[in-house]
Design a binder for this molecule. Structure first.
Ligand code: 3PG
Length: 305
């Protein structure tokens, strides 16, 4: 079988080497496409591939049409909103992710961003310490659980809300269950967003929630830009000069926000949450192992379609 690793944003060389070894040791053919610049380039490279490993790369109906042999696509990471699941199913391909493999990397970035915002981007202006402050986590999945553990080490008071996670799971992690999403926003000095982008969540975080934040609060988004109502975010940042927005997922109106609120917003130039040597290796090797297992005996534990 031909396994193509197609990553516009490459994995570390060590991760690529590890993936190659696992694929080749299992008797498959390894191919690599990195830093490609157009969907056509991806379609061409995938034309005779049986399996595909991607990151945030767009895998759409056009790609499945151009790659009729594809049997499995593994998103080396958590969020699979970049993959057209219906098109995959229609093409007879299974889709998997590698949940948890890059969670610690993203969690460390969240804490880094919290401190960077609390210290006014290290400008020298008097900031505040995160110790003793309240942290609210919107969703309590793998990334949130790592954030909670690190934040508790800093002496933060952590709460969360997640319709899919029982309160006792939060409590077992030393985290309080917030009474409502509105309360989560109203009752925390720092709120960190960890919901996936789905038809239900897209555009769901707007004025109604952001304007509830207490004075001087920080909103952190390392999840997906689509979950924010960006015009309403701009409106609240205008009305509330005390609020900060730091994101690893650059909003469409990033230039406007940076120009208007230079001291209070920060956006990574390229999504960097999962961009560590460790996360690349964890997610990349997990993806390779999942493909090898699928071709060996049909194992599809992490299937999402
Ligand atoms: C994920 O969903 O796993 C993260 O957003 C990481 O995405 P990336 O692999 O494109 O960096």
């Amino acid at each position: 079988m031909k396994v193509l690793v197609a990553t516009e944003k490459p994995f570390s060389a060590k991760a690529v080497q590890g993936i190659r070894e696992r694929i080749e040791n299992a008797g498959h053919t390894f191919a690599l496409l990195e830093k490609y610049t157009s969907p056509e380039e991806l379609r061409k490279a995938a034309a005779d591939a049986d399996a595909l490993i991607v990151r945030s790369d767009i895998v759409d109906a056009a790609l499945f049409n151009a790659a009729p042999n594809l049997k499995i696509v593994v998103r080396a990471g958590a969020g699979y909103d970049n993959i057209d699941l219906k098109a995959a199913t229609a093409a007879g391909a299974i889709v998997e992710n590698t949940p948890g493999q890059n969670a610690n990397a993203v969690a460390e970035l969240v804490i880094g961003m919290a401190i960077m915002a609390a210290r006014n981007k290290y400008s020298g202006a008097t900031g505040f310490e995160i110790s003793g402050k309240r942290l609210g986590l919107q969703a309590f999945g793998q990334v949130s659980r790592h954030v909670a553990a690190i934040a508790r080490g800093f002496g933060m008071d952590v709460s969360a809300i997640d319709p899919y996670c029982p309160a006792e799971v939060m409590e077992n992690n030393g985290v309080k269950c917030a009474a409502s999403l509105q309360d989560l926003y109203a009752g925390n000095d720092i709120v960190s967003i960890h919901i996936p982008a789905t038809p239900e969540t897209v555009g769901s975080i707007g004025k109604n929630l952001i304007s509830r934040l207490p004075k001087g609060a920080i909103l952190i988004n390392t999840a997906r830009k689509e979950v924010i109502n960006e015009p309403e975010l701009e409106l609240v940042l205008t009305e509330r000069p005390d609020i900060k927005y730091f994101a690893d997922v650059k909003p469409a109106n990033a230039d406007v926000l940076t120009e208007k609120f230079a001291d209070r917003v920060f956006f990574t130039p390229k999504k960097s949450g999962a961009q560590t040597a460790e996360a690349n290796l964890n997610a990349g090797l997990a993806a390779a192992d999942q493909i090898v297992a699928f071709f060996r005996d049909g194992t599809d534990r992490f299937r999402v379609n």
